[in-house]
Design a protein around this ligand. Structure first.
Ligand code: MG
Ligand code: ZN
Length: 377
């Protein structure tokens, strides 16, 4: 008898799992706490050369993710205040559907490579990134991420590794890079290493000040900074608080000291993770947090007329669709068609010096080319 019950239970369990795999996941979120958005000055200084570029990547942020955040924030976002928009085609050299390493590399180097590769080509040879090119021309550089700073997206701007999983090797690539500021998780990849090196000691020898929280660095107004705010990834929003907007503001305040100009990449990492989890609330809260980080970049560009701000994504995640919502109440119902990435185009939003170059439909690699043109490189 017990056996029969066990078999029936097992059968029901398997049947439910099988249905689960084919069922589109539907779930809702209501945002009770909409944020104010900026009113941007008219973008009347376009066609000027960009002295500074602030490049913000919403990992996994397709049009559905953006529109769910628009709905949740009662119809407006900072990113939708930006006057120039386009679409980026996200394919990698090895796959119709990219991963974040190849997607990041296309944006950081202007070359498509195989999924998993970090700023290396199909033959695993290093390709210079926009961060490295701007550094070589005397610009200040920075990276900010809500995930580990060694994770695929930020890594594709500073590391050259054949596989994204090589996080200790990626951390070692920060040594000698001369990057001015980096803020994110990933402390353990700098200190608890198989090779026994303590990369934070090595950074201090390169005159970096090292911190484990933004609060500890609050009085530091200049110099080179490594701020590793978590052992691995930071918490999801709202547990991590205003880490991402605060880190963005901190990085801008350090980088703007450079007379020549700067390049800063900021990643909202976990929009992608909400997509993988097929979780509407997760996606929307991360997208809203990312939009508040965008506000810090736009505030700076709004007063500094030589700054270009670009928002885009590396790919879409979850095949998200929106089946219902209410803009007046900030209610959104999301549906997800898969647990992984999709191949669809992603939006690009631009504001400031050179922003007019970003209209149209183009390849992810063209985002790099347009940024280089905007700098006049
Ligand atoms: Mg990422
Ligand atoms: Zn992903």
């Amino acid at each position: 008898m017990k056996r029969i019950i066990l078999s029936i239970t097992l059968f029901v369990f398997i049947a439910i799992s099988a249905i689960g795999q084919d069922t589109i996941k539907v779930n809702s979120f209501t945002n009770d706490n909409p944020h104010q958005v900026l009113t941007l000055k008219k973008n009347s200084y376009f066609k000027k050369r960009a002295k500074n570029i602030i490049f913000l990547i919403g990992d996994g942020m397709g049009v559905a993710q953006v529109f769910s955040a628009i709905t949740a924030n009662r119809g407006v976002l900072n990113m939708t205040q930006m006057p120039f928009t386009g679409f980026s085609k996200t394919q990698s050299a090895s796959s119709y559907t990219t991963d974040s390493a190849a997607g990041g590399t296309a944006l950081s180097t202007g070359q498509r490579t195989y999924n998993g590769a970090l700023a290396v080509d199909m033959d695993t040879l290093a390709i210079p990134t926009i961060l490295e090119i701007s550094k070589s021309k005397g610009y200040a550089t920075g990276l900010v991420s809500s995930s580990s700073i060694t994770h695929a997206t930020p890594a594709s701007f500073i590391a050259h590794q054949p596989k994204r999983s090589m996080q200790e090797e990626i951390a070692a690539d920060f040594i000698g890079s001369d990057i001015d500021i980096f803020i994110g998780g990933g402390h353990k990849f700098f200190t608890e290493r198989k090779d026994g090196r303590n990369l934070l000691d090595e950074l201090r020898k390169e005159n970096y000040l090292t911190f484990t929280s933004l609060d500890d660095a609050v009085n530091v107004k200049s110099g080179k900074l490594a701020i590793l705010t978590a052992e691995n990834h930071n918490e999801t929003y709202p547990k991590r608080g205003e880490m991402l907007p605060d880190a963005t503001e901190k990085a801008i305040n350090i980088l703007k000291n450079n007379k020549k100009g700067f390049f800063l990449m900021v990643e909202g990492s976990m929009i992608d993770w909400g997509g993988h989890a097929n979780n509407t609330a997760y996606v929307v809260q991360e997208a809203l947090d990312f939009d508040r980080a965008i506000a810090k970049a736009l505030e700076f560009a709004n007063s500094n007329k030589e700054t270009l701000v670009i928002i885009t994504a590396d790919h879409e995640t979850g095949g998200m669709a929106i089946s219902d919502g209410d803009i007046s109440k900030g209610e959104i119902t999301g549906e997800f068609t898969r647990g992984g990435h999709t191949a669809i185009m992603v939006p690009v939003f631009a504001y400031g010096a050179g922003a007019e170059k970003f209209t149209g439909v183009y390849k992810n690699t063209d985002v790099f080319e347009k940024m280089m043109e905007a700098y006049g490189f």
